[in-house]
Design a protein around this ligand. Sequence first.
Ligand code: ATP
Length: 244
Amino acid sequence: MENQETKKILKKMNQFVVIGLGRFGKSVATTLTELGKEVLVIDTNKDAVNQMEGMVSGAVVADATGTDVLHSLGVQNFDCAIVCIGKDLQASILTTLICKDLGVNYVVAKAKNEQIKKVLERIGADMVVFPEVYMGKKVANMLINPSMNEILNLTDNFKIVEVPVPDSWQNKTIIELDVRKKYKVSIIFVRRENSVVTIEPETTFLKGDVLIAAGESNKLEVISNMTSEVIDASHCLKDALEDK
Ligand code: ATP
């Protein structure tokens, strides 16, 4: 699918069916609901479905590997299906295939590795995601550098990160510090308590500020080495490391 076409499709999507309510599926379903979308969840596990009842538009106990089952639930009328089955590879492949065969416009599938990704793409998945691989990288990076949280890896060497304001920058303005010239990084925003502050030359950095900064990896590391604070990524670590 062309990028332009994909973007148009993604922007118009309103009705989602989430199949499989493990940690990933639950998180996708609740986030889509919070974003105001209509979400139907399906799982073979009654307890998992009961937990989601009332939180999403619809919750059904069903085996998604049956074409008739998915058809009778009207899955073909949804804009997007997200197949969040990990362990049972056969179920994941069959469900993805059935969703495509039923004519769901956009099917996202979760994979555990590159080989499974290839299979899922070959049978028609429009997008394949690796939540464990992504989270594993994020956690490892945070453990190695707890003062920096990577938001975006633009190239191998150029990133956008969150980093607590260096101690020596507190109560100084960006112009006084001459950040761009001296440190060769751009501060895009400052996260202050629960809001985001746009940067003006006269913006004064305060204790507790978290900088959203862009630049080369080694330059960003210099900044992160200047702070005594760590990024509060406990929510991330908790989700990634906690057992079910
Ligand atoms: P997590 O997102 O927690 O990492 P996981 O990748 O380990 O999950 P599983 O636990 O295998 O994935 O499956 C996630 C959910 O998918 C489970 O709640 C399971 O009951 C559900 N599931 C598995 N097979 C089917 C199926 N055929 N139809 C519907 N739901 C299914």
